[in-house]
Design a protein around this ligand. Structure first.
Ligand code: GRF
Length: 187
């Protein structure tokens, strides 16, 4: 039987749009804040859920992660794709009965270089001549899971964070949907 796919997003949702264009069977889109990705999912007729996170010292990462896993289990989700989801999960996401091995992420750098939330900025500031994207398994260590695919993107002189990130996202929009399709179809 085909696996049930959930997509987690926090941003503009252009990767989600690419998955929808590729007709991936997305059972659920979960967002952690109001964002454009929500509208993209609604427009496509996909079930959406907003699990609003809080910011600052009151944020209970464990409780939030448990809330997410509960929703994913309730929806019988087999495979989870993070597409610009900006909340880091607590380790319990990967505990027994969690989503270890079934949670995929795309990151806008050639891991293990430039981990974290500012990968494009950090690569530009470092002065690298090539960067790219990495599609990988998410683990309890941020941006460290087994790599599934990578592709190089050249840095041009005069690039800004926005121009470089957009070229990286072009690659992510091309690569991520077919990788997910392959993962959905395999046992
Ligand atoms: C992607 O570059 C992804 O790697 C990063 O956030 C971006 C998501 O873009 N974590 P969008 O919101 O889908 O346009």
């Amino acid at each position: 039987m085909q696996k049930r796919l959930a997509v987690l997003a926090s941003g503009t949702g252009s990767l989600l749009e690419a998955m929808i264009d590729e007709k991936l069977p997305i059972a659920l889109v979960l967002i952690d804040r109001p964002c454009r990705a929500h509208g993209v999912a609604v427009e496509a007729g996909i079930k959406t859920m907003l699990l609003q996170r809080t910011f600052g010292s009151t944020f209970d990462r464990d409780a939030y992660t448990r809330q997410v896993t509960r929703v994913l289990h309730d929806e019988n989700i087999d495979l989870v794709a993070m597409a610009g989801f900006m909340t880091v999960f607590a380790p319990c996401m990967f505990d027994e009965g969690g989503y270890a091995g079934r949670l995929i992420n795309t990151h806008p750098s050639l891991l293990p270089a430039f981990k974290g939330a500012h990968a494009v900025r950090d690569a530009l500031e470092y002065g690298v001549k090539v960067t790219g994207c990495t599609i990988h398994h998410a683990t309890r260590n941020l941006d460290e899971g087994k790599i599934i695919a990578q592709e190089v993107v050249k840095v041009f002189s005069g690039d800004t964070i926005a121009t470089l990130h957009e070229r990286i996202k072009d690659v992510e929009r091309r690569q991520y949907p077919w990788i997910l399709r392959a993962l959905i179809s395999t046992n």
